[in-house]
Design a binder for this molecule. Structure first.
Ligand code: ADP
Ligand code: ZN
Length: 723
């Protein structure tokens, strides 16, 4: 049984008990010599999808990757697990390349990483070379780089379309973390693997807690935040190079271990800073978005956006760098409408009104996210056309209870402040004015007005929130420009005259957060033992010249500090401890653990570690819920309507639609089951119009409430785009 063998390799070589998500399906597909496309979020475990088959197939697996900087780490990590891997790219010396070529000839190498330009170098010499011996699999990592619709198009990737012609019998596995459907379709076409099986996983990053804070006195907010996380690694993104340098310097002055990274530094400095961060020698990287592509450091515990990202795609990608190891992590955004205004000026694409509109549209959605009162995860997943529960329980808004109340008087005070100061003042000034601030900035003539100080009973934060809501509801508007002023609108008059009731929202309750979304690692591990193990890990990492997380991930160390293994047999039960790693590092870790147990009179707790496979026993439902789709289908086939199924199954109609869309490819469900005829054409038009965008969110926004995600997805499916 191939899969038994695959599980053995998973355990012995990589130290893991179970496959995750679609890993097993992808491995089986490749072993059957079929092409496939694997879509998994960052940290999902894409690499094992080709690494395990590589060890089972005769011959060489060639992995094409654009991330030259990562190749060495990937190869080092494989070698530490006893896999003979190598890489070829332009950063290597000629002699090193010759060595690799020689060991390829000997047939020693199982996995070869190569940059696309190296693969296709010259007039196909390297291809001829590869043809001279057995290639059993091509893996195309970061496959979205082949699509000009993606956010990261690389022209050299287009050449990969020729691989199928050169090697018609060698299966291709394409992998990406891009959720965009049009890009997926493009990947299949450009690689000529139209019939490939598509394995799509949920893009939810359950272990990331999403939080948004109003941006005010950011430095002191940041200080408090970081002060609680002195032992953790994180990235802070800023918009400009200047603010990166300044913030990094301030943090260092305040005793934090922080460095700066942006494209204005020379290459040597960038590389050095990145290296120090990867090796845990420096905890915090303050950076522009130039930092991150290809950072696969698994123990990044937080990502802070000091400034607003341009769109949801960037936000999701950048926050996705947190918690690749599956442990509890956090994404924090400092949000202000001032940032939205600032970014608007950047959104302009010169001479291209259409593109400018798309950019502004995306920025708008990003601003909506900042203002959101409902579940942030749901919003994000919906943007990527994925359905989810209304509340995730693991974001700031899910922990808050909001209450609507009659805010007419508050609104009247705010609007008359705007009116009395002649519609020329900005948000912060108005709040200070209402609160009767004594500061120098306050103009003398304003202090004489009757409105001055009439809002002193309401805290500043609440005022800022109320003003924002009044803008959102159209009772106030904000001028553009560097110093936007608040002005009245057509709707303002009725409020001032007392003819309209204004509803506002306030937070009435907030519960403490828990580590809900993280993997099932026990929370109460021995923290001081964990710290000792980290020290040992760092020593090994320095000796072997690799980043610490390549030796053992934080998950492995936390498991050791939880279950306290006492001998080799117990140690091999720890996640990530394969045979070779045990041989190299196991004894030393055991010694540290045993010392600790002796000092504290503790014993092994390994019996508490239950393999996931046993935990799941009894529930046949797979983790991505394949059965649930079938139930919806069979009810539908028996004549129930979507809303009836939704009620019966206590799921949302959106979810049921998503279930049914899956059966369009097989013809069990047809388009007219899901979309009425007159809606099809408008949806198609909208899809075509947004073909440059990377998600269904903008299409839905454009079409409005009359159209559901399910309807759009159904039409997408007929256009050959699978979910
Ligand atoms: P991706 O390329 O999708 O971002 P990786 O392949 O780098 O993700 O895997 C992310 C992390 O998850 C790695 O530390 C990897 O060792 C770990 N991992 C992958 N598959 C499993 C599994 N089946 N069980 C436990 N850990 C896994
Ligand atoms: Zn939530």
């Amino acid at each position: 049984m191939p899969i038994t063998r695959a599980l053995e390799i998973l355990k012995h070589q990589f130290g893991y008990d179970d496959f995750r998500m679609n890993q097993q399906a992808a491995v089986e597909c490749v072993l059957a010599k079929k092409d496939c496309l694997v879509l998994m979020p960052t940290g999902g475990g894409k690499s094992l999808c080709y690494q395990i088959p590589a060890l089972m197939l005769d011959g060489l697996t060639v992995v094409v990757s654009p991330l030259i900087a990562l190749m060495k780490d990937q190869v080092d990590a494989l070698r530490l697990n006893g896999v003979n891997a190598a890489y070829l790219n332009s950063s290597q010396e000629a002699s090193a390349q010759q060595e690799v070529i020689a060991s390829l000839r000997n047939g020693d190498v199982r996995i070869l990483y190569v940059a696309p330009e190296r693969l296709l170098q010259g007039s196909g010499q390297f291809i001829d070379f590869l043809k001279s011996f057995r290639v059993s699999l091509f893996a195309i990592d970061e496959a979205h780089c082949i699509s000009s619709w993606g956010h990261d198009f690389r022209p050299e990737y287009t050449q990969l379309g020729r691989l199928k012609g050169w090697f018609p019998d060698v299966p291709v596995i394409a992998l990406t973390a891009t959720a965009d459907k049009l890009v997926r379709q493009d990947i299949l076409e450009k690689l000529h693997i139209e019939h490939a099986e598509v394995f799509a996983s949920s893009f939810n990053r359950a272990n990331i807690f999403y939080r948004v804070e109003p941006k005010r006195d950011t430095y002191s907010q940041l200080f408090d935040y970081l002060d609680k996380r002195r032992n953790e690694s994180g990235i802070i993104y800023c918009l400009s190079r200047n603010s990166v340098d300044a913030l990094a310097a301030d943090l260092r002055n305040d005793g934090f271990s922080a460095l700066a990274y942006h494209a204005g530094h020379d290459k040597a400095k960038r590389e050095k800073h990145q290296e120090l961060f990867l090796r845990d020698e420096v905890k915090i990287m303050v950076a522009t978005i130039a930092f991150g592509m290809g950072i696969d450091k698994s123990n990044v515990r937080f990502v802070v956006h000091h400034d607003l990202p341009k769109n949801i795609e960037s936000y999701y990608q950048e926050t996705g760098r947190a918690g690749r190891d599956g442990l509890e992590s956090e994404a924090l955004l400092f949000f202000s409408h001032g940032d939205v205004q600032k970014l608007k000026t950047f959104a302009e694409v010169e001479g291209n009104a259409e593109q400018t509109d798309i950019m502004l549209g995306k920025l708008n959605v990003m601003a909506q996210f900042g203002d959101l009162k409902t579940c942030r995860r749901k919003f994000l997943l919906q943007y990527f056309s994925e359905d989810s529960a209304d509340k995730c329980g693991h974001c700031d808004n899910c922990l808050k209870t909001f209450e609507r109340f009659d805010g007419t008087i508050i609104a009247q005070k705010a609007l008359s402040a705007v009116y009395r100061t002649e519609q020329r003042m900005g948000l912060t000034y108005l709040v200070d004015f209402l609160r009767g601030a004594k500061s120098q900035k306050m103009r003398e003539q304003h202090k004489q007005l009757p409105t001055y100080g009439i809002g002193a009973d309401i805290p500043k934060t609440s005022w800022l929130a109320y003003f924002r809501e009044l803008i959102e509801q159209g009772y106030l508007a904000q001028t553009t420009g560097q110093y936007p002023a608040l002005v009245l609108t057509e709707k303002s008059r009725d409020v001032l005259k007392g003819k309209t009731i204004v509803e506002l929202v306030k937070v009435v309750d907030e519960v403490a957060r828990s580590g809900l979304g993280a993997d099932q690692v026990v929370q109460d591990y021995f923290r001081d033992l964990f710290e000792r193990l980290k020290v040992v890990r760092t020593e090994f990492a320095r000796a072997d010249n690799v980043p610490p997380y390549v030796i053992f991930s934080d998950v492995s160390l936390i498991e050791m500090a939880t279950y306290l293994p006492q001998d080799s047999e117990q140690m091999l039960k720890i996640s990530g401890v394969g045979d070779l790693k045990f041989e190299k590092y196991g004894t030393e870790c055991l010694r540290v653990i045993k010392d600790y147990c002796e000092e504290n009179q503790l014993e092994s707790r390994i019996e508490r570690k239950i393999p996931k496979r046993e935990r799941k026993a009894g529930t046949r439902r797979s983790s991505d819920g394949s059965n649930t789709f079938e139930i919806s289908l069979s009810m539908f086939q028996q004549g129930a309507s979507i809303s009836q199924i939704a009620i019966e199954r206590k799921l949302s109609p959106n979810t049921i639609e998503a279930h049914l869309v899956r059966y369009m490819a097989s013809g069990e469900v047809v388009l007219n089951d899901l979309v009425s005829t007159e809606k099809v054409e408008p949806i198609k038009q909208a899809i075509l119009q947004f073909s440059g965008s990377s998600a269904i969110g903008p299409i839905k926004q454009f079409l409005g409430d009359q159209y559901s995600y399910g309807e759009i997805n159904a039409v997408l499916a007929t256009m050959g785009v699978v979910r």
